[in-house]
Design a protein around this ligand. Sequence first.
Ligand code: GLN
Length: 310
Amino acid sequence: MNNNIVNLQDKLQALLLSQQGNFVQGSVADYIPALAKVNPALAGISVAAIDGKTVGVGDYQRPFSIQSISKVFGLVMAMNRIGDSLWQRVNMEPSGQPFNSIIQLEWEKGIPRNPVINAGALLVADVLTSHFSASKLAFLSFMRTLAGTEAIYVDNNVYQSELSHGNRNAALAYLMKSFGNIQADIPALLSHYFTQCSVSMSCEQLAQSLLFLANKGVDPRTNEVICSPKDAHRVNAILSTSGMYDQSGEFAFSVGLPAKSGVGGGIIAIVPGYGVICTWSPPLNKFGNSVVGVNLVAAIAEELGLSIYH
Ligand code: GLN
């Protein structure tokens, strides 16, 4: 380990310690009962750089439910599979609404505002379900390739919990189908969507898996092309404007990185040309974003001068 890495590790440790009192400021997601059982005091950070170095502190190797962070991977798969025709079925605008809102979808005739709110991710799940003979397996194998390990699993407790409390997502999917914007059978589509949300991964695995988005679509560890440079740009743009839901504006204003949160408490932030930050702390704010995670990503970006708007 060189000095920079040791320094970064020390800085991350200090930042994590500085957040110890803040776990109580949020509450863990309980609309998916299995997520309510997670210990709210667990927390980790991992920073993976495109030059191959990865640093982590706290519970950074402990798997957690990736939830909506899965929307980033699903989107890349759908873009790769059907190309630009995807953008006739989903828009690329911020929604200004909660992540699972249904109101806008009726006004806008079943075209979701963007692919990282629930409606948009369900649309993406439709593309995957309709274009892969075994979409869940295809998703898992994509995750395993990116993470560089076969040991990536679906948490069946979380899956069952989502399935039995998934009426709002079902309503979003049926509404889109009524407008002719969904092809697959809704139960199959929901099964795919809940499967990808229920994948468990650690901060370290997530940070390393997303390095291609910091490197114009190429995985710097293998030189494999994961998506085109244009699509890497597009995903980062969508994450900048919509990845933190209705807190995306404030997040851009104060942090300045493309990012995606999940209600499992994870946040990933892409630093083009540098690497990926992943934080995990389960208690959420009213937008469904991790309270401590937002603080940590903000502090790391500031400490290292990483904002893309500099
Ligand atoms: N599985 C969750 C849901 O559909 C994902 C939401 C999230 O992480 N923001 O509600």
